[in-house]
Structures are given as structure tokens and as C-alpha cells.
Design a protein around this ligand. Structure first.
Ligand SMILES: Nc1ncnc2c1ncn2[C@@H]1O[C@H](COP(=O)(O)OP(=O)(O)OP(=O)(O)O)[C@@H](O)[C@H]1O
Ligand code: SF4
Ligand SMILES: [Mg+2]
Length: 322
């Protein structure tokens, strides 16, 4: 069996809440006991409603924020407690692309320089200061080497995302965390960026943690899909199984609610709001919105268990037809 490129075990992230008067200080439980593995070259899609902990999980595995508990292993090395300095050489191997490329590009720096700078930072620039390679990278993502001196504002949103991708790939990473990389773009532009990411993945053997609240985007990109709710994994499995035969009520509800998916799932739309992650329900965190909840669902937190090869769910009921 291939060793995972990235493996997280029982990962937890709590953000402490500011104290109010005499009230006890609590915490936002953004990520709770998440296990995940990404194989080399594999795309793991991460879905879930807003606030389910997708971005927090992406930042945790790259050690951009520190976990409250749990373990992160990258390329066989335990990186959970590595210092900033010790992480530095590893940064080359794991990169992130964000939703808003404009926010991650310096508005006053020519885009080619932004790429060359990253090459220099990682000692990959050569005697020309990385300019030749930066031009090549711009061309590689569907722009032109002649775009080197232009400023970010002179590009469209889609072009800026291509520049952000070129910059992330300049250091030849093995893992890319893509956090809603097309969510800010016009639908007409999205497909081009997804095609580019697929090409680059094939070319560089790039593995991805691909985060999106848009199910059709995840379906187009991912090999496997992980469904998060209130920081916990509800279901994980092969993309086809998740989209055609979901086994967790929350996954079925998400699919039923997705636009353009008039499919056979007979779930009613999700009722009510997501509970506060500072005060999640006992037992199964989905139980307050689950049409199949039983008294037992409030008792213990359902653990993820295998229901088919590579397919697991965290739900105590096996008698549901979703
Ligand atoms: N730095 C922070 N400080 C305090 N709370 C935070 C912080 N970052 C995230 N949270 C909280 O953690 C929870 C998970 O947030 P996160 O951004 O990971 O969700 P998400 O699934 O990415 O949502 P979205 O789809 O809106 O991007 C939310 O309740 C959020 O308010
Ligand atoms: S454990 Fe209970 S509440 Fe949770 S998803 Fe399953 S049936 Fe619904
Ligand atoms: Mg997010």
C-alpha cells in the first residue's frame, strides 16, 4: 500500500472565546478529532456548510495555525510540533491557494516579480534572479511571459488566480491546499481554472486538499470526498459513492439542497440553523437537524466506521435508505 503524503490523526482546533464578565470562557470547536490521509497525487475534496471547519483544517495541516491536539505527518515526518524555522524547508513541499487571489498578491509588485521572489526565497532562482523561470511559469498557467511587469490590478479575477497558482507551483510542491479557489470567480471562468488545476496535477503528480462549498466543483476535481459538519467528519469515501449513494443523512441533505441536482435523494431540505460551534449538540452533532435522529443519537459521539472499502460514515443507523 502506498504511504500517505499527508496524514492527520485526531486533529483538534479550538479557538478560545473572549471572556465576557464573569461567564466561563469557552471555545469555538472548529475542528474535532479529524482523521485524514492524502495519498501522493490524490485529490481529497472537503465539503460542508459555511463554518464547518474546512479552512481551519486546511490551515492546520499546513501548520499555518497550531493544532490544539492531534498529530500531523507529512512525507513520513511528524510536523505537529516543528518550530517555524524547522518548518521553513518543508514550506516548499506544501503550498496554499486561496479564494481571493487579489488579497494574496501585493498590489504594487509586478506579478512576475512576485513569482521570482518566491523562487529566490527558496534558493531556486539561479543567477538571473528567477526572471526566466517566472516568465515560463506565467506562460505555463495560460498567461504570457510578457505579462511579467504588469501589476495585479491589470488582470481579471481568473487571470489573477492563474498567477497565484503559478506562484504556488514555482516551488514544485507535492501538496496543494486549494481553499475555495474558484468561488470568487464568474462561473464562465471557473471551468478554465479547474482544467488548469487538473492539468498541473497530472503534470506534477500534485496531491490536493481541495476545499469547496460547491459540490459540483468538488465532484469535478476530487478522487475522494470528506464531508464535515461542525468540525467533525460525517462521511468520507470515493467521489462516485459519495455523490451517487451517500450513506450519511447529512451528505444526503447537502446533495438534496444543491442547485441543479434534482436527484433521487428523498431528504427534506435541512431545517434550521447550524448550532453554534461553541456549544455543539451532545452525541451526534447533526442530531438537531437530522430527520432520523433517535434518543440514542444524543448519548455518544458516533465514530467513523467502514461501510464499504474506503467508505466510512459516522452515524449509528444502518437501516436508512437515503
Ligand atoms: N481565527 C479564528 N478565531 C476564532 N474563530 C475562528 C477563527 N477561524 C475560524 N474560526 C471559527 O471556526 C469555525 C470554522 O471556521 P472555518 O473558517 O474553518 O469554516 P469553513 O468551513 O471554512 O467556512 P466557509 O465555508 O465559510 O469558508 C467557525 O465557527 C469560525 O467562526
Ligand atoms: S447518528 Fe443519529 S442523528 Fe446522527 S446522522 Fe445518524 S441518525 Fe442522524
Ligand atoms: Mg473557509
Amino acid at each position: 500500500m502506498t504511504a500517505p503524503l499527508l496524514e492527520a490523526t485526531r486533529l483538534v482546533k479550538h479557538f478560545p472565546l473572549p471572556r465576557h464578565g464573569l461567564s466561563r470562557r469557552g471555545a469555538v470547536r472548529a475542528v474535532e478529532e479529524v482523521d485524514l490521509a492524502v495519498l501522493p497525487g490524490e485529490v481529497l475534496g472537503l465539503v460542508g456548510e459555511s463554518g464547518s471547519g474546512k479552512s481551519t483544517l486546511g490551515r492546520l495541516v499546513l501548520r499555518l495555525i497550531d493544532p490544539t491536539a492531534g498529530r500531523i505527518v507529512f512525507e513520513g515526518q511528524d510536523i505537529t510540533a516543528l518550530s517555524r524555522g524547522a518548518l521553513r524547508p518543508l514550506r516548499r513541499r506544501m503550498q496554499m491557494v486561496f479564494q481571493d487571489p487579489y488579497a494574496s498578491l501585493n498590489p504594487r509588485r509586478p506579478v512576475g516579480e512576485a513569482i521570482a521572489e518566491v523562487l529566490r526565497l527558496h534558493g531556486l532562482a539561479g543567477h538571473d534572479g528567477g526572471t526566466v523561470r517566472a516568465r515560463e511559469l506565467l506562460a505555463h498557467v495560460g498567461l504570457s511571459g510578457d505579462d511579467y511587469p504588469r501589476l495585479p490590478r491589470s488582470f481579471s479575477g481568473g487571470q489573477r488566480q492563474r498567477i497565484a497558482i503559478a506562484r504556488a507551483l514555482a516551488v514544485e510542491p507535492k501538496l496543494l491546499v486549494a481553499d475555495e479557489p474558484v468561488s470568487a470567480l464568474d462561473v464562465s471562468v471557473q471551468a478554465g481554472i479547474l482544467t488548469l488545476l487538473r492539468q498541473l496535477r497530472a503534470e506534477f503528480g500534485l496531491a490536493m486538499l481541495f476545499i469547496s462549498h460547491d459540490l459540483s466543483v468538488v465532484e469535478a476535481m476530487a478522487d475522494r470526498v470528506m464531508v464535515l459538519y461542525l468540525g467533525r467528519v460525517m462521511e468520507v469515501g470515493p467521489v462516485r459513492a459519495i455523490f451517487t449513494a451517500p450513506r450519511h443523512p447529512y451528505t444526503a441533505a447537502l446533495l438534496s439542497a444543491a442547485p441543479g441536482r434534482a436527484l433521487a435523494h428523498r431528504m427534506p431540505p435541512l431545517a434550521g440553523e447550524i448550532p453554534s460551534p461553541a456549544d455543539p449538540p451532545s452525541g451526534c452533532v447533526f442530531r438537531t437537524r437530522c430527520p432520523f435522529a433517535l434518543p440514542a443519537c444524543a448519548e455518544t459521539v458516533p465514530q467513523l466506521r467502514a461501510i464499504a472499502p474506503g467508505h466510512s460514515k459516522a452515524c449509528i443507523r444502518d437501516d436508512l435508505s437515503l
